[in-house]
Design a protein around this ligand. Sequence first.
Ligand SMILES: *[C@@H]1O[C@H](CO)[C@@H](O)[C@H](O)[C@H]1NC(C)=O
Length: 296
Amino acid sequence: MRWGTGGAGWGPSAFPFWWGSQLAAAQPGQALLSPAAWGQLRLSVIGGREAKPHSRPYMVSIQFGGVHACGGALLHKRWVLTAAHCFPRSVVGTAVVGLHSLRDHGATTQTFPIRAVCPHPGYDRQTMENDLLLLQLEGKVTPSRTRRLIGLLGRAPAAGTECSLAGWGVRGHGGLSPTLQELEVTVLDTRMCNNSRFWNGDIAPTMICFQGRHRGSAPSKGDSGGPLVCGKRAAVAGVLSFTSPDVTDPFKPPVATSAVKHKNWIRKTLRRGCGSPQPGRTGQTDHPVLFTQVGF
Ligand SMILES: *[C@@H]1O[C@H](CO)[C@@H](O)[C@H](O)[C@H]1NC(C)=O
């Protein structure tokens, strides 16, 4: 498999993520993964807890060379919502659905090659604006107890809204989490988050700032792309995008890209695919009736 050289030079200078050496050290036996791929491991859960197995059946693990790189949300039997920065070049990945334990996939999972990679056309790797990407799977997920779709939240969550997230990313100083971890978070006021004590103007109107509900808890490396989930009936409000190098810095809280505010793009892409699928593929998708299943 060929790897792009993406990762180095990623993102705004305010939060220069480069986790290569830490992750290489934390992942013995994973030498098949080139250093460039480590740049794709951004955000995981610190101070969270193990999720009840399959209690979040919409969670997807996006993997490169069989190694978890990013989370995602199953919006449709053929489509996964994740972050654009998870695919800095057109790398060849797979999507694993129905997963709890990274090592022991078990009979509950389905693994799909990726048919098309559709980043948001407005994605800006400097400002991290519009950090969304839809992955079209090669094949259809068979829904089951461990594999289910999730819809988008009806409206953007207000400050103070209690939400949650989950991921397989790095916990503390260790490697990737062997099982899915989850974390409760609270949405922060965007104006506050954008002020000079916080992100100082880096927060675009389509971003959502949030913080771990328990002190010192935060998403961390490897959780990028996973959904920020809110509402009594769990629905996707946003997609985990970036944080500061010190993941528990209260003045540089983690940031998600709003999925709600990009609903039109998501809807259009699920219906029509995107213009630049992976080479040799077409962007053909399923009929729009399936939108009803994802709660638009
Ligand atoms: C944050 O501040 C910057 C710079 O002043 C501004 O361009 C941006 O629109 C602000 N974001 C929000 C959500 O108001």
